[in-house]
Design a protein around this ligand. Structure first.
Ligand code: SF4
Length: 277
């Protein structure tokens, strides 16, 4: 990967940035892991993955916490399904107006994932967890807005990662390995919004060869990049980058955790940095 060879400074700084978060669960994952039973953890992971679109982790977390106050444990799955009006009201109290462009679709996503859960997961969780990644990836595409039109279905990849990675990255519920037809040698690690931001703002995301690549090729590049930065644990690269410039109130998650931008290893390259007088 010649870009990596030519940009050693950025690569070293990014490795140091990622190392800061190695043993730190994301706020979203900490919330998922609070599920009382396995079924609730899977439901929390599914909701988080399917609803993590066009929204910051901070706003999504507030929405999920409020949703769980209204529908504790696995009550979201009960019939009759939650009312559209109730879900929209929960969105309204969880974030400023117009901050979630897919708001109108959120009730539909929740109804659809509830139906999927009742039909496919609940009857036999063990059997459902014993599927191959590919089978699960295909099966989950029946959920509304899960990305069926995308050749890589990124939200589903993220959910599968949550199931298979160890703490503090995932629930370690399931560990099958299989070569699949996504033009990658192994089951791919997903792309999260932070990794995408890194690629656009620090990595080669704006270069013509990257922009011209289709989604499958870009996914392949991310795999090479994750492995290139950490051959033993590429999932830690994915994990660390999710903290990169994710918006929280008046700041970013990375800055909230690190304290000051000038203490951050990628300060010199960061588009989002705050320069102090
Ligand atoms: S916003 Fe600040 S803390 Fe976050 S990556 Fe950029 S320089 Fe680092």
């Amino acid at each position: 990967m010649s870009w990596v060879k030519k940009n050693k400074g950025k690569i070293v700084a990014t490795k140091d940035f990622i190392a800061l978060f190695e043993s730190k669960p994301s706020h979203l994952f900490s919330w998922i892991n609070k599920g009382a039973e396995q079924e609730e953890k899977i439901l929390r992971a599914l909701c988080t993955s399917m609803l993590y679109q066009q929204i910051s982790q901070d706003h999504l977390l507030r929405f999920l916490q409020n949703l769980w106050k209204e529908y504790p444990q696995t009550a979201l799955l009960n019939l009759p399904a939650p009312k559209e009006k109730t879900i929209l009201q929960i969105i309204a109290v969880s974030m400023p107006p117009n901050s979630w462009s897919i708001s109108a679709h959120v009730p539909g996503i929740i109804w659809s994932l509830g139906e999927y859960f009742r039909d496919e997961i609940r009857p036999n969780v063990r059997l459902w967890l014993s599927q191959s990644e590919l089978s699960l990836w295909r099966s989950l595409s029946q959920i509304y807005f899960a990305g069926k039109s995308s050749p890589i279905r990124p939200k589903i990849l993220r959910f599968i990662d949550l199931l298979r990675f160890d703490w503090p990255l995932g629930l370690a519920l399931w560990r099958k390995e299989e070569v699949v037809d996504l033009e990658v040698k192994e089951w791919p690690i997903a792309i999260n919004p932070g990794a995408s931001r890194w690629m656009q703002r620090i990595g080669p995301g704006k270069l013509p060869w990257f922009k011209k690549a289709d989604l499958k090729k870009q996914l392949q590049f991310f795999q090479e990049f994750y492995v290139g930065l950490n051959p033993k644990s590429p999932q830690l690269v994915y994990h660390g980058l999710q903290f990169y410039a994710d918006p929280v109130a008046k700041s970013y998650l990375c800055r909230d955790i690190i304290g000051k931008c000038h203490l951050c290893p990628i300060y010199d390259f960061c588009f989002y940095k705050k320069v102090y007088e």
